[in-house]
Design a binder for this molecule. Structure first.
Ligand code: SF4
Length: 375
């Protein structure tokens, strides 16, 4: 089973912390962009070698800035060119200020069955500070409407902001849980280069939150959600009743996916490719049928290290079948694994390597300590 990701590279305004690829000129270019995306879908229909789609994911940017007819057009193009599994997950990332009863009904009619809503915080001062386009009232209304229409719901929240403590986070999470979302993604604020936030920090206008405060909020998050019946199945992702995100879980399990749209990445097991992160260049190249992506063939070392990096972040761990046998039997690798097991960070079963709760706090560091580099 495979997945398809559609990158919609438009947003109403730039959030201060965001380094994703997007442009705010969507009114002028979105019709042309949707046509280019549909053309790319047709052009690359063989990429997944006939595997049925288990997930379709509209991400961005902000897919909800498109008209419902444009979402429908992209979905119809996918349906006409790929086999779709009957239990597919079709997710649309939506911002609260775009959600109306009409749009929700149209998305539903088009086949969207899951919404990932970028709420981020229920404190207006946080939304203002992040330069989000929506306000708290819009967030509450959007969640009520989405729940009424029976969408599976995922809610995004951010923690680790300056002037934000664990009590603030608790109040945010309590409000999130009032809508009983099936799924929750919680990300710690990071200061990425080339963002307004990075500039403000460099100019000394903002002092970032410290590691201790962020760790305290992460520990609280994990314990609090567990006490409310949410399982942490990946470092930043939580689900109730096993409603794991099919699309993201497939990334972590190393399944194939095709990414369309500017800046989108694709993976077919042995190579990775990425589209140019420039809207004008992308549209022109697709229209003129010239190159718009680069490809990297993954060596056995790359595949081995990547399986560790993504697999160790999840509750399923790394399937040993995904790891090259020769590299897995490397003496240094085995000694490192034994060391992490002794320290209580890791568990090994006949099938998988798995992190303990203590290990999950250091997942990326442990993975990189286990990497094997080419001679
Ligand atoms: S809406 Fe999302 S993609 Fe757009 S600027 Fe904000 S965080 Fe980035």
């Amino acid at each position: 089973m495979a997945g398809i990701y559609i990158h919609i590279p438009f947003c109403k305004q730039a959030c201060s912390y965001c380094d994703f690829h997007f442009s705010t000129s969507f009114e002028k270019y979105k019709t042309r962009m949707v046509s280019a995306i549909c053309k790319e879908i047709v052009t690359r229909k063989s990429y997944l070698e006939g595997e049925a789609l288990q997930s379709i994911y509209f991400g961005g940017g902000t897919p909800s800035v498109l008209e419902a007819e444009e979402i429908q057009e992209i979905l119809s193009t996918i349906t006409a060119n790929f086999q779709i599994h009957e239990n597919r997950e079709i997710t649309l990332e939506a911002n609260p200020d775009d959600i109306t009863p009409e749009k929700l009904s149209q998305w539903k009619a088009a086949g969207v069955n899951r919404l990932s809503i970028g709420v981020q915080s229920f404190r207006q001062e946080d939304l203002d500070w992040m330069n989000r386009a929506h306000n708290v009232t819009e967030a509450k209304r959007a969640l009520e409407l989405a729940a009424e229409l029976g969408f599976e719901l995922s809610i995004d929240v951010i923690y680790g902001l300056p002037n934000f403590n664990t009590e603030d986070f608790k109040q945010n999470l309590e409000q999130v849980l009032a809508y009983s979302p099936e799924h929750l993604s919680a990300y710690c604020l990071t200061i990425e280069e080339k963002t307004a936030l990075h500039k403000a920090v460099e100019q000394g206008k903002i002092v970032p939150s410290n590691n201790e405060a962020q760790s305290e909020q992460f520990d609280f998050l994990v314990d609090f959600l567990k006490s409310k019946g949410y399982e942490q199945y990946e470092i930043s992702n939580f689900a109730r009743d096993e409603k794991y995100a099919v699309h993201n879980s497939n990334y972590w399990k190393g399944k194939k996916y095709l990414g369309v749209g500017p800046s989108a990445h694709s993976f077919n097991g042995t190579s990775r490719s990425w589209n140019v992160a420039n809207n004008a260049v992308y549209m022109k190249a697709v229209e003129n049928e010239t190159d718009y992506n680069e490809l990297e063939r993954l060596s056995v070392y790359d595949q081995f290290n990547e399986a560790l990096l993504v697999g160790l972040r999840t509750k399923w761990g790394v399937d040993k079948n995904r790891l090259n046998v020769e590299l897995r039997n490397n003496d240094e690798f085995k000694a490192n694994i034994a060391n992490f097991i002794d320290q209580g960070y890791m568990i090994e079963t006949p099938e998988v390597y798995l992190l303990t709760q203590k290990g999950r706090l250091k997942a990326d560091g442990i993975a990189s300590d286990l990497f094997i580099l080419a001679d």
